[in-house]
Design a protein around this ligand. Structure first.
Ligand SMILES: Cc1ncc(COP(=O)(O)O)c(C=O)c1O
Length: 486
């Protein structure tokens, strides 16, 4: 039986739901990352390290709410907090004490956080960060790196996936794309050249590397970036939507010892419920505050709204989560589990003679069939058919792949052996040349951030010089599939 035959047999009710979904939802899915060939699995319930689908299959969950559930599903402290709050109101139409406590926790834990503003997602947080940086500097351009993901708003869709001159989405005006400068990662000279233009407001990056560390940041690079941005008066933004509270209680900035000006947060920051945050240095964050001066308040202040910002339900889950995340032994345990998982998967692939590798940092793991990427990351789309196949094989073996290795209890062992058996038992399929399997699987349009889990890409882009010239080309001749630059 092939992987897909087994997947179809084990997921009949999911197949029927997907057929039904496609009648009322475009493509049948509500997030690009849930695109899976031949069809997605429909999950019914979850608890702790496990989840169960509509066909009654049980999974060890390494996906964990796209990385939002650092404590696992339905942690008792979070459930208690949310149950207590839901009976008191989900939207109080005013300020409340929980948002104050939530903000205090963020400022206590995140090194750069002198002040915090809550949003409803990571996408909103990066959008707001760029607006604050532009208001602060009076400059318009934002520098980002190829392969780095900062959500789906118009100002963040450039240079996410190869080919980098084609934005992640159609429907974005060329004028907006022109406000982005794209550099290859880990190339400080390319950044220096770009900053010398004098029109850059901010440099934004995932500090541990693009798409959850798929192309890891090299040692010393963050320090160099910090010094360079300071020298040019450019705002340094760390997008810690993934790494925040995961790498350490203070996120990647505490882990690497480099403090940015602004930090964007989501996922863990709101305890597995919807939410996000922008935090940072007081002079920048104060641009959001009313001063009672009509001119400032109306025309100089950075405006920010959002009906559900810091709603008490999300705040209650966030407080329960962050109070636990303040204990560094939690991250240490998750990181150790991540290390063990990476080692076991690497050995399993070696044993099965699968041409792949497993790598990563902290509690994140990446599986790559093309080898560990070089410094500049991938320069071509990954062979997505193989990764779709791997995910189906993992699900057939009772594992949903994710970057999460947070619950270091005894049950984790089965996760390792199930991952291994998925890889080993299906070794022949994974050694198949991609050209022979691509017909069976549609390509994944957005592998996005959290798909860094088991779906890493690798690089054949080894020349830094080539990276530099491509950067300039990207900056000056960027194409948009539906909205050509004028
Ligand atoms: C690094 C990074 N930034 C921003 C986002 C967008 O966050 P959200 O999905 O909450 O809009 C993500 C999502 O995975 C992310 O990984």
């Amino acid at each position: 039986m092939t992987i897909h035959d087994e997947y179809r047999t084990k997921h009949a009710k999911s197949a029927a739901l997907w057929e039904r979904a496609r009648r009322s939802i475009p493509g049948g899915i509500t997030h690009d990352i849930r695109h899976l060939s031949p069809f997605p699995t429909y999950i019914e319930r979850a608890g702790g390290t496990r989840k169960w689908d509509v066909d009654g299959n049980e999974y060890i969950d390494y996906w964990m709410g796209h990385g939002a559930l650092f404590l696992g599903h339905c942690h008792p402290a979070v459930v208690r907090a949310v149950q207590a709050q839901i009976a008191r109101g989900t939207h109080l139409g005013g300020c409340h004490e929980l948002e104050v406590r939530w903000a205090e926790l963020v400022t206590q834990l995140v090194p750069c956080a002198e002040l915090v503003r809550f949003t409803m997602s990571g996408t909103e947080a990066t959008h707001l960060a760029m607006r604050v940086a532009r208001a602060h500097t009076g400059r318009s351009r934002i520098l980002k790196f190829t392969g780095h993901f900062h959500g789906w708003h118009d100002g963040a869709v450039a240079g996410v996936n190869p080919p980098y001159d084609v934005p992640m989405s159609a429907g974005v005006p060329g004028a907006t794309l022109d406000q982005m400068l794209i550099c290859p990662p880990n190339d400080i000279k390319a950044v220096q050249l770009a900053l010398e233009r004098g029109d850059v407001a901010a440099v934004i990056l995932e500090p541990a590397g693009g798409q959850s560390g798929t192309t890891p940041t090299i040692p010393g690079y963050l320090q160099e970036l910090r010094a360079l941005t300071t020298r040019h008066g450019v705002v340094l933004i760390f997008d810690e939507v993934i790494t925040g509270f995961r790498y350490s209680p203070g996120g990647a900035q505490a882990y690497f010892g480099v403090t940015p000006d602004l930090t964007t947060l989501a996922k863990i920051v709101s305890g597995g419920l919807p939410g996000g945050a922008l935090c940072g240095r007081r002079p920048l964050m104060s641009l959001l505050a009313f001063r009672g001066d009509p001119d400032w308040d109306r025309s100089q202040r950075v405006a920010h709204a959002g009906t559900f910002n810091a709603n008490p339900l999300c705040a209650s889950a966030a407080i329960a989560t962050l109070e636990l995340c303040a204990d560094a032994s939690l991250q240490a345990r998750a990181n150790k589990a991540g290390e063990e998982l990476r080692r076991n998967l690497t050995e399993a692939m070696k044993r099965a003679v699968v041409p792949g590798t497993c790598y990563g940092e902290a509690s994140i793991y990446h599986v790559s069939f093309e080898g560990k990427p070089g410094l500049a990351g991938p320069d071509r789309p990954r062979r997505s058919a193989l990764y779709h196949l791997l995910r189906c094989a993992l699900m057939n073996n009772g594992v949903d792949s994710s970057m999460e290795a947070a619950r270091a209890d005894g049950r984790r062992r089965r996760g390792f052996s199930s991952c291994s058996s998925a890889v080993c038992s299906q070794a022949a399929a994974f050694t198949t040349r991609p050209s022979r399997t691509s017909a069976a699987c549609a390509s994944c349009p957005s592998t996005g951030a959290s798909c860094a889990t088991a779906m890493a890409r690798s690089s054949s882009w080894t020349s830094t010089a080539r990276g530099c010239s491509r950067t300039r080309w990207c900056a000056s001749r960027r194409r948009s599939p539906s909205a050509p630059s004028s």
